[in-house]
Design a protein around this ligand. Structure first.
Ligand code: CDP
Ligand code: CDP
Length: 226
């Protein structure tokens, strides 16, 4: 079974996807982490964030690997754990430019489809339901107000130990800018798939969102075994 979770920044995609993956023993794939890793690689190679060919070559040299360590998702590149680095405000501010490059998307989508392979998978991102896994049995589109997403992101920084001098207002502005860029790019923009179920998480707890999605998955599993 394939479960696709899309939505704007900080809507809770990775949080709920991880919990569901654990509960159902599905493989979890964080596609945003892959585009963030591309951005870290571009920066490490001192490349312009629009230098498509240069970034492609650098990705080939350094590689991107998602690993699960003690139940935690880690991102490695060039033999180094870059899991914290990919979340810094500098990378967040530039990732939308890198992720809009057609050849970078082509490469990441091919990798994502390969990783999804034959296993049960839950994948989160922006274009999973529309492009990466168009035949996913369950498609969810998570949304929440920009302010609550910024507040969540601030808390998330504190919990992960990422230092930031940004205010909630600044984070909200950054998130809104990134959503705008992600929704307006030419190739596979952030968009709800026609057959996706939209859930507004603004006033929901994580458990409520998880339970709603689990219900949809179980209904579908029943349909598949009939
Ligand atoms: O965690 P957050 O929602 O802030 O973002 P993310 O899921 O880590 O994704 C970071 C960025 O990668 C997004 O803003 C998009 O520019 C890009 N992305 C994408 O283009 N397509 C995806 N399937 C996933 C992420
Ligand atoms: O992956 P995405 O960027 O969509 O969001 P995330 O990284 O899962 O971040 C969402 C943050 O909001 C996490 O710190 C969650 O604990 C929190 N949160 C949530 O995900 N869902 C709720 N209903 C309430 C809070």
């Amino acid at each position: 079974m394939q479960v696709a979770i899309d939505g704007p920044a900080s809507a809770g995609k990775s949080t709920v996807a991880k919990i569901i993956a654990k509960k159902l023993s599905f493989v979890y794939i964080d596609t945003g982490a892959m585009y963030r890793a591309c951005t870290v690689i571009a920066r490490n190679h001192h490349l312009d964030y629009g230098d498509e060919e240069g970034i492609l070559k650098a990705i080939d040299e350094d590689g991107i690997e998602l690993r699960s360590e003690n139940g935690e998702q880690k991102v490695y590149s060039a033999g180094k754990d870059i899991s914290l680095e990919i979340r810094t405000p500098e990378i967040s501010a530039n990732v939308s430019q890198v992720s809009a490059l057609p050849k970078i998307r082509e490469k990441m989508v091919a990798l994502q489809r390969k990783m999804a392979g034959e296993t049960n998978v839950i994948m989160d991102g922006r274009d999973i339901g529309t492009t990466v896994l168009p035949n996913a049995e369950v498609k969810i589109f998570l949304v929440a107000s920009a302010r609550s997403r910024a507040e969540r992101r601030m808390l998330d920084f504190q919990e992960r130990g990422i230092e930031t001098d940004q205010s909630v207002e600044e984070i909200e502005k950054d998130i809104a800018e990134r959503d705008y860029k992600d929704s307006h790019r030419a190739i596979s923009p952030l968009k709800k798939a026609d057959d996706a179920i939209e859930i507004d998480t603004t006033n929901l707890t994580i458990d409520q969102v998880v339970d709603t999605i689990l219900e949809k998955i179980k209904k579908n599993q029943k349909k598949l075994t009939k």
